[in-house]
Write a protein that binds this ligand. Structure first.
Ligand code: NDP
Length: 484
């Protein structure tokens, strides 16, 4: 049974164990503000034990047939699917997100990650290069060895499994750390791995603080690759440590994504999806659009309708079926978001709606609830429009021409995702080509196909996840040249 416990444990060498220090720190439910579980405060010695277990397991796991690995990983997917309800419940309590979101997005996607990469590995093939009459080269794709996976708090099990699944599928053994803010579903994943019969040591999960346990993974001399998703400044620090050690690095970092809304868009579809792309998961998705550019001829119409519908969104009890936005991930994060709202006013912006705290009576009195905010009147280069807020806050700006819209969208250090709303197919292609972004959605948002490359340009990251890109990242290519 995948049930949460009051004391979370590390998962090392197939067993649930406390941190070496025996110390724990508090795990807070952000919707109530109350401590409800305790997290092992792991350090380098725990990471070392996890590494040793992974190293011992590597010959067995990497030497296993892909068919067998496929079976174990798809069993894990089945177990996650079977326990969707308790996993979604745990995710909601840990992160403050609505249970409805966790049960329809986070957990289904987590099982899909394991299922997708379990099957992908059975179709993965390598290349061959023939030198006519002389030799044949072929590429061996071999697992890297023991790899590190570090994930953030916004989509806890979803992003944790997005890294672990391809790493395991390709025959690596893993030392992983979830965010200290949302560790519960990673703990439940340990239990699911035991139920699925994953051999001991193949996956090891170490809980604790990023700067201690996470840093120990990145610094470990024998962990040869690090797949990281999180903030740009943390990514910079990880790169500074790992690059001189010649580790393979995949960095999925922050975003400040533009939505380009042209006058010829399908207004209703644009409105409905832009509300989602702005405020799903309280705007705490790296792919959320937070800079909304609207062609001037429909600016006022769009603004007024958007503000009206934003005001209708229900903020509160994460377990109520009518809730649109639950709690933010923590009080500290809520305060960070509020500080940006103050900054926006200092920078000359007008808050058209939201930004105020929400008092939810009863159980949720101490929760980190905030009304979604819409701001206008800011310059494109102010801090509010240039820095990642990662909360329920969007800004509106008008534009006059296609060129201006592209220039405004690209005038930033980030480049993760963008959306374009137009019925003009030529314009859609032109704009998509010119946007400096790893992902462009035309007339949609968050429509994900797990085979596609996923990642950002500029300060939004290095490398790509998804499909073959992930299988390539977690393998080393070895060319074998045979003369005949
Ligand atoms: P952080 O960068 O703070 O943390 C991410 C992970 O790194 C956490 O597990 C954290 O641990 C750990 N960590 C922190 N410091 C170190 C360190 N020195 N060495 C190793 N690991 C460390 O990000 P957040 O958790 O705050 O997540 C939000 C950020 O993630 C946003 O910027 C968002 O844009 C980005 N993100 C990017 C995505 C993408 O695909 N590009 C997708 C989702 C989010 P701990 O929590 O314990 O401190």
């Amino acid at each position: 049974m995948l049930s949460p416990d009051k004391y979370i444990k590390n998962y090392i060498d197939g067993k649930l164990v406390p941190a070496d220090s025996g110390a724990y720190f508090d795990n807070v439910n952000p919707a109530t503000g109350k401590v409800y579980a305790h997290i092992p405060d792991s350090e380098a010695s725990d990471v070392q034990k996890a590494y040793e277990a992974a190293e011992r397991a590597f010959p067995l796991w990497s030497g296993m047939t892909t068919e067998k690995r496929y079976r174990i990983l798809s069993r894990l997917a089945d177990i996650i699917e079977q326990y969707t309800e308790p996993l979604a419940r745990a995710e909601s309590i840990d992160s403050g997100k609505p249970f409805s979101l966790a049960s329809t997005v986070d957990i289904p996607r987590s099982q899909a990650n394991f299922r997708f990469f379990a099957t992908a590995i059975t179709h993965f093939s390598s290349e061959s290069h023939h030198v006519p009459g002389e030799a044949i080269n072929f590429t061996l794709r071999q697992p890297v060895g023991v790899v590190g996976c570090i994930s953030p708090w916004n989509l806890p099990l979803y992003l944790f499994s997005w890294k672990i699944a391809p790493a395991l599928a390709t025959g690596n053994c893993v030392v992983a750390k979830p965010s200290e803010v949302t560790p519960m579903t990673a703990y439940l994943l340990s239990k699911a791995c035991m139920e699925a019969g994953l051999p001991a040591g193949v996956l090891n999960i170490v809980h604790g603080y990023g700067q201690k346990a996470g840093q120990a993974i990145v610094e470990h001399p024998k962990i040869k690759a690090v797949s990281f998703t999180g903030g740009t400044s943390t990514g910079k620090r990880i790169a500074a440590t790992a690059a001189p050690m010649f580790k393979k690095l995949s960095l999925e970092l922050g975003g400040k994504n533009p939505n380009l809304i042209f006058a010829d868009c399908d207004f209703e579809k644009t409105m409905v999806t832009t509300l989602k792309s702005s405020f799903s998961n309280n705007g705490q998705i790296c792919l959320c659009g937070s800079r909304i550019y609207i062609e001037r001829s429909i600016y006022e119409k769009f603004r007024d309708e958007f503000v009206k519908r934003t005001q209708f969104l229900k903020v509160g009890d994460p377990f109520s079926a009518v809730t649109d936005l639950g709690a933010l991930s923590s009080q500290a994060h809520k305060e960070k978001v509020q500080s940006y709202l103050q900054l926006a006013e200092v920078e000359g912006g007008t808050i058209l709606c939201g930004g105020t705290e929400v008092e939810v009576p009863g159980e949720y009195e101490g929760g980190a609830f905030l009304r979604p905010a819409v701001i206008e009147g800011l310059s494109n280069n102010c801090r509010t429009n240039q820095e990642e807020i990662f909360g329920p806050v969007v800004t509106l700006q008008p534009f006059d021409t296609e060129e201006e819209a592209i220039a405004l969208a690209n005038d930033i250090d980030y480049g993760l995702a963008a959306t374009v709303w137009t019925q003009d197919i030529s314009r859609a292609h032109r704009v998509a080509e010119k946007l400096q972004s790893g992902i462009v959605w035309v007339n949609c948002w968050m429509l994900r196909d797990l085979r596609t490359p996923f990642g950002g340009v500029k300060n939004s990251g290095v490398g790509r996840e998804g499909g073959l890109e992930a299988l390539r990242f977690f393998t080393e290519a070895k060319n074998v040249c045979v003369k005949y």
